[in-house]
Design a protein around this ligand. Structure first.
Ligand code: PGA
Length: 247
């Protein structure tokens, strides 16, 4: 096929996996070598060094990063620690961080700027709650999340955006193809109008499984997916990968 797109499939492990399970996952997934595919594994902090230094065809990301640079902040994991163990970038603003750990748009902006300052990649998650969608506020929320997270940001080559409607995460109910197409158009337009960025790298996340992978692949112009539970069993993840690379 001519002009084939390079898809990105990012596996978000969340707070799962023992080291042994993690090794098994990397052993299986790293054997899948497709030139048109970038695989990202967003993994728990303790495993980053082990995998970042052993597997070079899977890009190892953290799922979060501290908004402080260091000092008396018990429990924080900072940019300099993560860089020193070889991570490639971080997810920022995942809805579980926003809602369960009260991360504000301001804190998310700090994290984004720290990553920019360190020339490190960012997967910025945005998405509306069910209540916001029902009240017709989806576009307002997405707009605010993007504009506030990217205050002071200019290095768009480091940025991937993941649109993840909160109500679709972990529920088994992805967005409808129609609503996804609308959201994609809206998000791309913000980047064009506000930042002059055409073709921002844009993923969808929220109950992506094999079936929904086909929707993303065939009914949208998205660049790939951020996948939680359907990516945890390496063979399930492999099936999703094949949908993107073998069509
Ligand atoms: P899910 O999670 O695929 O299990 O819905 C996606 C995410 O949280 O990034």
């Amino acid at each position: 096929m001519l002009d084939r797109k390079k898809y990105i499939l990012a596996s978000n492990w969340k707070a799962n996996f023992t080291l042994e399970e993690a090794i098994n996952w990397f052993e299986i997934v790293s054997r899948l070598n497709y030139p048109d595919l970038r695989i990202i594994a967003a993994i728990p902090y303790p495993y980053i060094h082990y995998f970042a230094t052993r597997y070079n065809n899977i890009d190892v990301f953290s799922q979060n990063i501290s908004h402080v640079l260091g000092g008396a902040y018990t429990g924080e994991v900072t940019i300099s620690m993560l860089k020193s163990v070889g991570f490639r970038g971080s997810i920022v603003g995942h809805s579980e961080r926003r809602h369960l750990f009260n991360e504000s748009n301001q804190i998310i902006n700090k994290k984004v700027l720290i990553l920019q300052e360190n020339s490190t990649e960012i997967i910025l998650c945005i998405g509306e709650t069910l209540e916001e969608r029902k009240e017709g506020k989806t576009e307002r929320v997405l707009y605010d999340q993007i504009i506030s997270a990217l205050n002071g940001f200019s290095r768009f080559e480091l940025l991937t955006v993941a649109y993840e409607p909160v109500w679709a995460i972990g529920t088994g109910i992805p967005i409808s193809p129609h609503d996804l197409t609308e959201a994609e158009r809206f998000i791309r337009k913000i980047f064009e109008d506000k930042f002059g960025v055409k073709n921002i790298i844009l993923l969808y996340g929220g109950s992506v499984d094999k079936e929904f992978a086909k929707v993303i692949r065939n009914q949208t112009t998205l660049d790939g997916a951020l996948i939680g539970s359907a990516s945890w069993k390496p063979h399930n993840f492999e099936e999703i990968i094949r949908i993107f690379v073998e069509h």
